[in-house]
Write a protein that binds this ligand. Structure first.
Ligand code: SF4
Length: 351
């Protein structure tokens, strides 16, 4: 069983992060924030696929001002991502940002940070201290490891915010290197009680990026570390959300939508199990119900897995047994495998 690290909860808009709250899934809009319509559309899509918090880039004043119009037409909390110019943070707060992400590597002036903190405190808006291995201040001497450097940078920024009487803090320590990320998060988790936002940064294209993220985030989550996460993929942001939920579902940390169990197929299969599983998967994407569906290719493991699922099929030569809640409800011919399975899924959804 996973025992989660206790963290002090904070609220970003209507979403609580940390404490006993479920681990929150977030993503980032990939539109030009100044294109208000496109950004609103993408946030709607993200909300529809289960994203609970969205970050948007604020590269200039026009983007910060666009936030106000974007907020009026969207419902999930929005975090403004600020680099270099503290005035963009002030403008984003005025425009209604629910959270700020500041990179301590590129806003270093204490007075500027103090101004942002003052405005955030007035509005009770949390700040994520988002440390990134690619944009660290110059390394201390004697040289330390990247993870030690990242942790030191985060701790210094936490100290600065605390000295300004601010504790609505969330921390992330992202690196592309999985081991560096794990070491950094483990280290900081034992030193602070603020909530942690997990991520493996710039993880890559969907296939490799999902594996890299699953390994890094999976190890940390298994150790009870992490209150919210983003999977960073070179893909549509809904793919990031989908992958994040798959990671959480695989550790039984969240339930979200269906789970598909499908066998890899082998020389024993008498049907094209891969295309059957793909067809079922496409249909399952349309449901949010947490149902478990098994698509199995033969009698070796098929009946066992199909029986454990809410709905399942164990295929044989030209025929297949449809299972529902552990019992065989029908035997169907090969041309009816998909139809019968989908029918049974529909019945379960309607219950
Ligand atoms: Fe092969 Fe049967 Fe296992 Fe599928 S369930 S991989 S067909 S042995």
């Amino acid at each position: 069983m996973i025992v989660r690290r206790r963290s002090n909860p904070i609220r970003i808009g209507k979403v609580t992060i940390g404490g006993d709250s479920p681990i929150v899934v977030q993503s980032m809009a990939k539109t030009d924030t100044r294109d208000i319509k496109a950004t609103i559309n993408q946030i709607h899509k993200l909300s529809g696929c289960g994203c609970e918090l969205v970050r948007i880039a604020i590269p200039d004043f026009e983007a910060a001002q666009a936030l106000s119009a974007i907020k009026k037409k969207t419902t999930i909390p929005i975090i403004a991502d600020i680099h270099f110019d503290y005035r963009l943070a002030l403008e984003s707060l005025k425009a209604g940002a629910d959270g700020l992400r500041l990179n301590p590597g590129n806003i270093r002036d204490r007075e500027q940070v103090a101004e942002v903190v003052k405005a955030a405190r007035q509005r009770q808006v949390p700040i994520r201290i988002g440390v990134n291995a690619g944009s660290l201040p110059s390394a201390p001497k004697p040289k330390v490891s990247t993870s030690e450097h990242m942790v030191a940078v985060a701790l210094a920024q936490i100290e600065l915010l605390e000295s300004l009487d601010f504790d609505l803090i969330k921390v992330s320590l992202k690196a592309f290197d999985v081991l560096t990320s794990i070491e950094s998060y483990r280290s900081i988790a034992s030193k602070i009680s603020y909530p942690l936002h997990l991520g493996i940064t710039e993880a890559g294209l969907p296939a490799a990026g999902a594996v890299r993220s699953s390994v890094g985030l999976g190890i940390l989550l298994y150790e009870g570390i992490g209150d919210t996460l983003r999977v960073s993929l070179s893909a549509h942001p809904c793919q990031e959300v989908y992958t994040a939920y798959e990671i959480l579902k695989s550790l039984n940390l969240r339930q979200h939508g269906p789970v598909l169990i499908s066998c890899p197929s082998c020389g024993r299969a008498e049907v094209d199990i891969v295309s059957l599983a793909e067809s079922v998967d496409r249909k399952l994407k349309a449901t949010n119900k947490p149902i478990k569906v098994a698509v199995m290719g033969c009698v070796v493991n098929g009946p066992g897995e199909a029986r454990e699922a809410d709905v399942g099929i164990a295929c044989g030569k030209g025929k297949g047994a449809i299972f529902r809640k552990g019992k065989v409800v029908r035997t169907v011919t090969e041309d009816d495998f998909l139809g019968a399975l989908l029918n049974e899924i529909k019945n379960i959804e309607g219950e």
